[in-house]
Design a protein around this ligand. Structure first.
Ligand code: FES
Length: 281
């Protein structure tokens, strides 16, 4: 499949199919799905009590449901955010870490409303107006195809319908459950060519700076934004989502975006797109 086909004219297969699949969950459903989604792997690593404490971040203090927190369990000594485990994510932390990188990117694992997430800083605003060369990352708005190769729609069509899915302030957050078997992919969890500090354009499998799933080596490019489809694990319905591209490995599709807003340097999730998180039990 070519990575850069021309964008087709909007038609029944793009916008109409996307809008027909837009759904939302109410808060009760969200907490149900949220608990179920995160419980599968997080509970195994932190225990039920530890996991339960994540469901209501803030504990009555500041931050509330929207705040995204660092998750460095087991990597306190190796991850750059290891000393900030369960502290609120700040954009300035990512910017400072990115300055040490060849690509100007940085990433961290996190937890948001009990859900595992990955947050990546991409120097889009600095690079978007520059020539498209290696190691000058920016967000790329691409066509999306489902697991069978069927054209789903263009990410730009989704942005036209709701601009909030376009990552704001150079920060992108994705739900971090692997569409293969629901493990938790992460930023630089391992040291290999897929996770090294490099970047290549096109949303392909070359270059590094991928989110990597250590279970069976699926790779995801947090700069390659596309439309895609997946299935609700509970009721079998298909839904369309805005996500980042799966570039390699057994995962059939990419990871869904959770829109964020920056509030006085704090990274906060916008809980409007919860149907995109229902593909794991
Ligand atoms: S669960 Fe991620 S590659 Fe298998």
């Amino acid at each position: 499949m070519a990575e850069h086909k021309l964008r087709p004219a909007p038609g029944s297969e793009s916008k109409d199919s996307i809008s027909a699949n837009f759904k939302t969950l109410n808060r009760r459903q969200f907490l149900t799905y949220g608990f179920g989604a995160a419980a599968g792997v997080l509970a195994a690593s932190v225990g039920a009590l530890g996991f339960a404490s994540l469901l209501m971040p803030g504990g009555g203090g500041s931050g509330g449901d929207t705040e995204v927190k660092y998750w460095a369990k087991g990597r306190e000594d190796t991850a750059w955010y290891g000393a900030m485990h369960l502290q609120g994510m700040k954009k300035s932390d990512f910017v400072a870490e990115a300055e040490k990188s060849a690509t100007g990117m940085s990433g961290a694992q996190g937890v948001w409303n009990g859900l595992p997430v990955n947050v990546t800083f991409v120097p889009h605003s600095a690079n978007a107006g520059t020539p498209l060369v290696s190691n000058k990352p920016r967000f790329q708005l691409l066509e999306g195809y489902d697991a069978t190769g069927k054209y789903i729609g263009h990410f730009e069509d989704m942005v036209d319908m709701d601009a909030r899915i376009m990552p704001s302030d150079d920060i992108i957050m994705v739900f971090s459950r692997c569409p293969h078997l629901c493990c938790i992919p992460g930023w630089q969890l391992v040291d290999n060519s897929s996770t090294e500090d490099s970047w290549a354009s096109g949303g392909g499998d070359g270059g590094g700076s991928k989110l990597f799933c250590i279970c069976h080596s699926s790779r995801f490019d947090p700069t390659a934004l596309e439309a895609n489809t997946n299935r609700n694990r509970s009721n079998g319905s298909t839904f369309t989502y805005a996500g980042i591209r799966r570039t390699g490995g057994p995962a059939p599709v990419g990871l869904p975006i959770i829109p964020v807003a920056i509030n006085a340097d704090a990274i906060e999730g916008i809980p409007d797109y919860l149907d995109w998180l229902t593909y794991c039990d």
